[in-house]
Ligand binder design. Structure first.
Ligand code: SAM
Ligand code: SF4
Length: 326
């Protein structure tokens, strides 16, 4: 069991497959010139499988594939197939562009759920946010997943002055579709020019939604990051991820492996442990994992304050989101 000094057991591993992406979301990628990690420095298929098995032996029961965009990797299908053989719940977060290309492997892998990121329902705004013209394809691929009966969630990063005016349009999607819309508070990472006044908080979201709908909170599990709400007569539901205004670190069961094989015990941790180099050198990995978990801070990587209005991003020591794996 991977238990930290605060008694939190870590049974959920998020594996980033690459820091490459076919979109350029401004809140995720640093604005300056960015070179993606060369393939040889990324974990290879057999290395991902070996590390994943090691974590499963230590009690991990849920794995999420993420990135960068996990499906831009040429061997993503192979990775998905290998990991689907493990005794775990398999999940993925994707921007949705390549779902149609990879559908056979996706269907065969029996994902427990797939989260697709979509911050707007307006094609022109999609282009402004992502700097690429893939709105129609992403929208069609969400329908494709639903058509194949795959549990689908939509991640929307809500940012003041960017897309908060579309929250009700997203909630309306849950009327007929059995999907979960996840409204995510905007978070600070290296190079994303975050400011606290762009954060559209959980309270803002609920006030906005409750102008029109009566939304009932659903029970929250001990490790849930999202607080879900139902609306009478809707096939789907919505949920709020309030990392900034109401962090949920006490129930954290998540650890992250970056695409270059570094273990991060928190999205906001400033330190990381290089498992890939150790694996390639034939060293014993388990003590490194345990030391990393033991060093986990009580909340927010030990470097953000719980009052997000006081966060000074000049002192933030972290990677950009695209290189962590969200
Ligand atoms: N490319 C895939 C995608 O976009 O779904 C997976 C990786 S992406 C980094 C994972 C999730 O992190 C996405 O839902 C994205 O919207 C979210 N994300 C990225 N930067 C963020 C930020 N600054 N604040 C909140 N969420 C963010
Ligand atoms: Fe790519 Fe996802 Fe980041 Fe957008 S949020 S740039 S799709 S990794």
């Amino acid at each position: 069991m991977l238990t930290d000094t605060f008694g939190r057991t870590h049974n959920y591993l998020r594996i980033s497959l690459t820091d490459n992406c076919n979109l350029r979301c401004f809140y995720c990628m640093p604005e300056e010139e960015y070179s993606f990690t060369p393939h040889g420095k990324l974990m290879q298929v057999d290395e991902i499988e070996q590390l994943a098995r090691l974590f499963v032996d230590q009690g991990v029961r849920k794995i999420r594939l993420t990135g960068g965009e996990p499906l831009v990797r040429k061997d993503a299908g192979n990775i998905i197939t290998q990991l689907s053989k493990l005794p775990i719940e398999l999940h993925m977060t994707s921007n949705g562009i390549r779902i149609d290309d990879m559908l056979p492997q996706i269907v065969d892998a029996k994902f427990k759920s797939i989260n697709i990121s979509l911050d707007t329902l307006r094609p022109e705004r999609f282009f402004q946010i992502t700097r690429r013209d893939y709105f129609d394809r992403v929208r069609a691929n969400i329908d494709l997943l639903l058509h194949h009966g795959i549990q689908t969630k939509i991640n929307m990063v809500v940012m003041k002055g960017v897309n908060e005016d579309e929250i009700l349009d997203f909630v309306a999607l849950t009327k007929l579709n059995p999907i979960e819309i996840r409204f995510i508070e905007f978070m600070p990472f290296s190079g994303n020019k975050w400011t606290s006044n762009q954060v559209y908080t959980e309270a803002d979201m609920l006030a906005n939604i409750r102008r029109v709908y009566s939304a009932e909170p659903l029970p929250v599990g001990p490790n849930d990051t999202a607080k879900a709400f139902s609306i009478a007569g809707h096939a789907g539901r919505f949920a709020i991820i309030s990392t900034m205004s109401a962090p949920f670190c006490a129930g954290c069961n998540r650890i992250r492996l970056t695409a270059d094989g570094k273990l991060k015990n928190c999205l906001f941790s400033s330190s990381e442990t290089d498992l890939l180099t150790a694996l390639r050198a034939g060293s014993d990995i388990l003590p490194l994992i345990q030391a990393n978990i033991n060093a986990k801070a009580k909340e927010l990587g030990g470097q953000l304050t719980t009052n997000f209005k006081h966060i000074d991003t000049d002192f933030l020591k972290n990677r950009s989101m695209i290189t962590i794996g969200g």
